[in-house]
Design a protein around this ligand. Sequence first.
Ligand code: SF4
Length: 383
Amino acid sequence: MKCDRHNTPVRRQQKISPALSRQIIRHLLTWFSKNARDLPWRRTRDPYAIWVSEIMLQQTQVATVIPYWIRWMTALPTLANLADAPQDRVLKLWEGLGYYNRARNLQGAAKMIVNEYNARFPESFAALLELPGIGRYTAGAICSIAYDQPTPVLDGNVVRILTRIFGIGGNPKEKVTNTQLWSLAEGLVQTAARIRLSCSHLNQSLMELGALICTPHHPSCDVCPVRRHCVAKRDDRTGELPNLGPRIKSTARNFFALIIERDGQFLVRQREAGAVNAGLWEFPNAELPRATLTNSRSIRAVAKSQFHIAITKPNPLFQIRRSVTRYHDTIEVLRASITSKNALREKPWRWLNLDELNAIALSGAHRKILKRLKDGANAAHCF
Ligand code: SF4
């Protein structure tokens, strides 16, 4: 059959009958019962522990999250511990995961739960949505996984599975398709509840299938529990679903960072409240056009205007690269000495030795710089 306007084959979506939903749910649950990974947060129903895992897992691989989650739950085993912890400690526990606002929101929400709910974790989806950093996905995940409520989840994994199973060709970021996908996810979890099957396991089975079988580039359709119901497999469309539209172009940025040492101590500053990575520590740094990145006059001028320090001619040490969302950054790390009389004793500046730097929370790129400095110091010590 052809579409009249474009004379192209019509891409049919699958009709979703209650019987089909029930079959898909049963296949998913049977598969999950045999194949679910033994993850530490799956051994608990504590909503606080599940919440922490869900926030850590956003845009981060499971293998990376496991040691972070264990360290966090050992240091701050209860919601009240998190609410009472100094922010520096919270950021240090999060150090390396990126998106530090998530750690700040976790603590902000923990304080609200302690103050407004007498430290009892809310069980209502609507109440969870009122907390900072908790959106529809996270509230749905907590309510279903911790309390077995029929609340849907829709993350990248679930989007991929639903668009493929049901042959949905619209862009999931567009409102109409997004609404359709939420309603499909909701229909499945509510059907599971109606036939008295586990909403928690159903949502986790969708997430798990997306992580292990229905992967973005090479889905393992031959061993997929829902292969007999999947439009993408039947029509050979796994490469085109989900339809995420054109890729956003990446942007290259260039920074310099200054290593300024005095009597074994290094000059660092704490990022201000409201800034990206607020509360984290870093070496003095700024963005510059690529052409002026190794121009000592430009760097000395920026040091004077932005950091209010006079420095000697900077010498290149090494480069660090990082990727943050669509940005690909190169950081030219340079060594210089301070020539101004100003001792920089005031906030946000501090002089810290290597051990002290190790104990505070640095952003990922500055942690890498510190590691290179320590490696260099150890090598110098050995020879
Ligand atoms: S059959 Fe293939 S495309 Fe369809 S849900 Fe399973 S893994 Fe994904």
